[in-house]
Design a protein around this ligand. Structure first.
Ligand SMILES: C[S@@+](CC[C@H](N)C(=O)[O-])C[C@H]1O[C@@H](n2cnc3c(N)ncnc32)[C@H](O)[C@@H]1O
Length: 240
C-alpha cells in the first residue's frame, strides 16, 4: 500500500456539538471531535447525496490537475476515486478517524496518497508547495472567523501559478428549498458541525487570492470557487 499516515497538531480538541460562533479561533482548536465521532457512520449517512449527485461533481474537480495536489479536509476519502493518475496526492484532515478511512479507501482503490492529520489553518507544509489544492465541503464546517485563516494558509502553500478549487454548500434562494435546508441544518449542525452559509467569498481578496471563477454546479446550493494566488509582491503572512 502506498499511503502513509502521520499525526500532527490539535487532535485532542473538544468541539463536540458546539454551535458556530464568531469567537476567535484558537490555535489548537480543530474540527476533530465531531468528525471522530461521526466517522464510522459518515459514508452511510452521506450515501444518498454521494451517489445521487456528489460523485459527478467530484470527478470534474480533479480533471486535468497535475503535479503535487492537496485534498484539504479529505474526510473519509470521498475524492480518492477521482485523484488524477500521475499526480502526487496528499490528503490532510483534522480527524484521525476520518483519515483512517481515507487511507483504507486509497489502499483498496490502489490510489497512492500521503495522508496526514493536520489543521488546515496551520499546516506544516512549506511555502509554495502545491500545484493545486482542492477542498470539498470543508468551508461550510469552518467557523466564520476561520475562513480567512484557512484561505491565507492555502494561499501560502499554493505555488504562485497554482490553483485552488473549493466546492461547498450555499443556502438556496428558493423559499421552499431554503426553508428545508434551514430545518435540515439543525441536524447537520449537530452531526457534521456543518452549515449552509460559508462566508468564504468575503475573504478572498484579504487572503491574497484572485477569484477566477464562481458558479453554481448543483442547483443554487453547491458552488464552485476557483482561486489563484494574486501576484502580490509581498504575499500575506500566515494569520495564526
Ligand atoms: C463535511 S466533511 C467533508 C469531507 C470530504 N472533503 C468530502 O468531500 O466528503 C468536512 C471535513 O473537514 C474536516 N475539517 C474541518 N475543519 C478542519 C480543519 N481545521 N483542518 C483540517 N480538517 C478539517 C473534518 O474533519 C471533515 O473530515
Amino acid at each position: 500500500m502506498s499511503s502513509r499516515i502521520s499525526r500532527r497538531r490539535g487532535t485532542d480538541s473538544q468541539r463536540l456539538g458546539r454551535p458556530h460562533t464568531d469567537r476567535p479561533a484558537s490555535e489548537d482548536e480543530v474540527q476533530n471531535a465531531t468528525y471522530d465521532r461521526i466517522a464510522p457512520l459518515y459514508d452511510l449517512l452521506d450515501a444518498p447525496h454521494e451517489y445521487g449527485w456528489r460523485r459527478r461533481l467530484r470527478g470534474r474537480l480533479f480533471d486535468g490537475l497535475t503535479g503535487r495536489v492537496l485534498d484539504a479536509g479529505a474526510g473519509t476519502g470521498a475524492n480518492v476515486p477521482f485523484y488524477p493518475p500521475g499526480a502526487e496526492m496528499v490528503a490532510v484532515d483534522a480527524s484521525p478517524k476520518m483519515l483512517a478511512r481515507a487511507e483504507r479507501r486509497s489502499a483498496a482503490l490502489g490510489k497512492p496518497v500521503t495522508v496526514q492529520v493536520m489543521d488546515l489553518l496551520k499546516t506544516d507544509f512549506p511555502d509554495a508547495h502545491f500545484d493545486a489544492i482542492v477542498s470539498t465541503f470543508v468551508f461550510c464546517v469552518l467557523e466564520n472567523n476561520q475562513q480567512l485563516p484557512a484561505l491565507r494558509e492555502m494561499r501560502r502553500i499554493c505555488k504562485p501559478d497554482g490553483v485552488i478549487k473549493l466546492l461547498d454548500y450555499r443556502l438556496s434562494e428558493k423559499p421552499l428549498l431554503r426553508r428545508t435546508m434551514e430545518v435540515v441544518s439543525s441536524w447537520s449542525g449537530w452531526a457534521f458541525d456543518s452549515r449552509y452559509r460559508p462566508t468564504t467569498e468575503a475573504y478572498i481578496e484579504a487572503a491574497g487570492l484572485d477569484l477566477v471563477e464562481s458558479r453554481f454546479v448543483f442547483g443554487d446550493i453547491v458552488k464552485l470557487l476557483i482561486l489563484r494566488p494574486s501576484p502580490a509582491p509581498n504575499p500575506p503572512a500566515r494569520l495564526v
